[in-house]
Design a binder for this molecule. Sequence first.
Ligand SMILES: [Zn+2]
Length: 346
Amino acid sequence: MQYEQRNWQRSVTDILNVLCFLPKVSMSSDMNLLYSYGINNKSGFFWYYLEEYAMKIGIDIGGTNVRAGLVDIEGRVVDRVSAKTPSNEEPERLIELIISLCGQLGQAESVGIGAPGLIDHLNGIVRISPNLPKWRDVPLKALLELKLARPVKVANDVNSIAWGEFLFGAGIGSKDMLVITLGTGLGGALILDGKLHLGKSHMAGELGHSTFIKNGLSCPCGKRGCVEQYVAKNAIIRIAREKNPELKEVDPEIVAKAGHKGEKWAIEVYEEIGDNLARVLGGVIQLLNPDRIIVGGQISKAGELLFSPLRRAIINEIQPALRETFEIKKSALGNDAGIIGAAFLT
Ligand SMILES: [Zn+2]
């Protein structure tokens, strides 16, 4: 375990406050007092406590990789391991892998998992998952709690990301926020009144498959004209080819690179994506009056190339009284948001 020595003093005082073990020891503790309780070396009781219980494990099950991290009480990933996702295998294979990754990370008080698809958040059941075709109604929480003998939480991956950003990232200080992830698709999650808002079937915030254009482009979900066909990866590729038919290879990163170099066609691609996204987010702002919208995922890495046209366009999608009431921010935790948020799921 790579627990950093330089952080130990602050973490120890956090633990003490949480435990109320020494109620008179404040955050600005007199370290001499702490030393007297035997915490001046890593073999003391408190080091045992820190290593054994204060850490949490967060796991992000992605389409390609399962990434697991040991997360400290301040939301820092202090150790990490990963392995290829056994996508097309029976659930037992992934469960074994999760147990093995937890074993590699060492002791932790709890385990949280973010998985794609329709997840019963309260009972920790994976209903269906696009990346795990053989998974249907798998009681992941119950199975893992039996094997790991510690509390396990399971949530939708975008909900985990949103929770991570809310607690430790671009959502700090927010109360009502929407988080979207832009990549292959468009994922969404809502925090309302400081709580993850799940909705009746735990699908709240999923904007990607609402209709953007009637009878529009076909979508893998079976519908036509879904939003994600107009704002996510496929849209960037399609619009880029329309703007610059000579392109041989094209993906969002190549277009972003060209845009940052000032190439007009590439700037126009992200302007169109920003316009489309603004139309979708305008309705959300009118409906929920959030204080923050956080955009993450691979495509958000384009930065201001995407955010400038989005901010410009969104003004025209909402009534004047709402224009100064929210911020649009880029994800602060990047790829770690899912691990951190999963570790702190409640
Ligand atoms: Zn769809």
